[in-house]
Design a protein around this ligand. Structure first.
Ligand SMILES: [Fe+2]
Ligand SMILES: [Fe+2]
Length: 170
């Protein structure tokens, strides 16, 4: 029976959604780690700013926590830069854009959204590192991921919401 859905073109690669099924190579992995590094710079800047700008008695505990997050994000950035250099890449020097606000709740929402995006990406990156047999990098990414999940939970707690499930990046 003729299959009307049969792909024509024989040896042509079948890509349903161009761009979503990117081939994993050491180069594409290094580029992705550089995106993660830019996200870490963004996090450092946001936490430095928000930890000092955040006002209100209700938010003093979380302000202290944000200052600790800032130092943890710096340690993540250093680890990523080390992996990128090891893979033969040049560590990025550009942060992703940082939003500012005068409103405490808005700042915490920005952080929550960023942490969710960060976790989505590191979950994917651990799988990719293992696919490339880079188990030491995978291990390092896992320890970073543990801290990012702590960040997410402390932000959600401060906001009085359940921690969102970040899922995994495509
Ligand atoms: Fe981080
Ligand atoms: Fe974080």
């Amino acid at each position: 029976m003729a299959n009307k859905n049969a792909k024509v073109g024989g040896t042509m690669p079948t890509t349903e959604k161009p761009g979503t099924e990117k081939k994993l190579t050491r180069e594409s992995f290094t580029d992705a780690l550089n995106e993660d590094l830019s996200r870490e710079y963004q996090a450092i800047i946001a936490y430095v700013n928000y930890s000092q700008v955040l006002k209100g008695a209700a938010y003093m505990n979380i302000a202290d926590e944000l200052a600790i997050h800032a130092t943890e994000e710096l340690s993540h950035a250093l680890q990523l830069a080390n992996h990128i250099d090891y893979l033969g890449g040049m560590p990025s020097v550009t942060p992703k854009p940082v939003k500012t606000s005068e409103k405490a709740e808005e700042m915490l929402r920005f952080d929550l959204d960023n942490e969710r995006e960060t976790i989505r990406n590191y979950r994917r990156r651990v799988k990719q590192a293992e696919e490339l047999n880079e188990y030491a990098i995978a291990e390092s990414l896992r320890t970073i991921l543990v801290q990012e999940q702590d960040h997410l939970v402390s932000l959600a707690t401060a906001l009085g919401v359940d921690p969102p499930n970040p899922g995994i990046a495509d």
